[in-house]
Design a protein around this ligand. Structure first.
Ligand code: TXA
Ligand code: MG
Length: 316
């Protein structure tokens, strides 16, 4: 536990400097990114990374994303390739994570990679995240800043509701714009989609001019937790509902009659940005949640992926 609770820092130069200082001390700071809030620690410091796993209660075989300030910084840690260059050109800074072979002398704690020979790297677009990474001048390991298995945080309040007293600080910069985690593309072999997210699969395939292998549930490694219960509210979640049954609250999309609408106009980007906050809100009602159908193209694929996990059978 953090003796005086978790500090809330404002996203101004003083707050950012203090956050960088806490990271240098090996402490944990929740940081805003354009996708979700990340639980940041120095990726070169094994004790800091271990405390990320401890704060989240996360199984230690699940590797973390290293966040860096620039493409040049990423190249210090991984073997770069033409495909990486093309994707970085198109989508960095932004909600895309690339998995590439580690470079010799990388200095990243093996707890970040969970012992793999590859590293997931991302240059986030959020101005406060970029300012912090520049000020810190090192790689920051950051999973989503929620207790393992629970709904991802898109506000500082979400972070505190799950992790207050377990981390040194949260850098508060309001709600996240994209609202869904980054798309993860594996480039250590044939290009593969390891997780749908804030960049649509179709856009990645256009840039690489090839179809990605899509990892299926039960594929070895690469995305630990495929279709395990995840992003899960306390109450049951039922998908593809047309109306609420019994005590359910209805989460809608498009022009439907419901308790809460992800996007009344049927805009998938708006729905993505609202998804986790909506699940947090409905979770607080304590009632079971039903969700109307969401189209499966573009960002809809990532929204449906999160909803299927939220609805998956729970582990105890
Ligand atoms: O948008 C995001 O990506 C957010 C923000 C904070 O950047 N972060 C995030 O991290 O979602 P996390 O830890 O919740 O999810 C990281 C995913 C995990 O599913 C993990 O298995 C996968 O990345 N991953 C990390 N390193 C990997 C590697 N070397 N090979 C394959 N998958 C990897
Ligand atoms: Mg997560």
């Amino acid at each position: 536990m953090i003796p005086n609770g978790t500090m809330s820092l404002s996203a101004d130069p003083a707050g950012i400097a203090q956050a960088a200082d806490l990271l240098r001390q090996g402490l944990l700071v929740a940081i805003p990114t354009e996708t979700v809030y990340g639980l940041g620690g120095d990726a070169r410091n094994g004790e800091a990374v271990a405390s990320i796993y401890a704060a989240k209660g996360r199984p230690s075989f699940n590797p973390l994303i290293a966040h860096v300030a620039s493409v040049e910084a990423a190249k210090r840690f991984v073997n770069w390739s033409d495909q990486a260059e093309a994707l970085a050109d198109a989508f960095w800074p932004g909600p895309l994570t690339l998995v590439l072979p580690l470079r010799p002398g990388h200095g990243i704690s093996s707890l970040v990679t969970a012992g793999l020979e590859t590293l997931a790297v991302r240059v986030p677009a959020h101005p406060t995240a970029r300012a912090l990474l520049t000020e810190f001048d090192g790689p920051v390991a950051a999973p989503s800043a929620n207790p393992s298995g629970q709904i991802s945080p898109t506000t500082a309040e979400h972070v505190l509701s799950g992790l207050n007293g377990r981390i040194a600080a949260v850098l508060d910069d309001g709600p996240c714009g994209v609202g869904l985690e980054s798309t993860i593309v594996g480039l250590s072999g044939e290009p593969a989609l390891l997780r749908p997210g804030g960049v649509a699969l179709e856009q990645v395939e256009t840039v690489l001019n090839t179809q990605l292998h899509v990892h299926q549930v039960g594929d070895a490694l690469n995305a630990p937790g495929q279709l395990e219960s995840h992003y899960a509210p306390d109450a049951p979640v039922r998908l593809n509902a047309s109306t609420a049954r019994g005590d359910e609250v209805l989460l809608g999309f498009g022009p439907v009659d419901c308790d809460l609408n992800l996007s009344a106009t049927g805009d998938l980007a708006e729905a993505a940005a609202n998804l986790f906050a909506a699940l947090h809100t409905l979770n607080a009602t304590g009632r079971p949640i039903a969700v109307t159908p969401i189209p499966d193209h573009g960002l809809g694929a990532a929204i449906n992926d999160r909803l299927r996990r939220a609805a998956a059978p729970r582990h105890t």
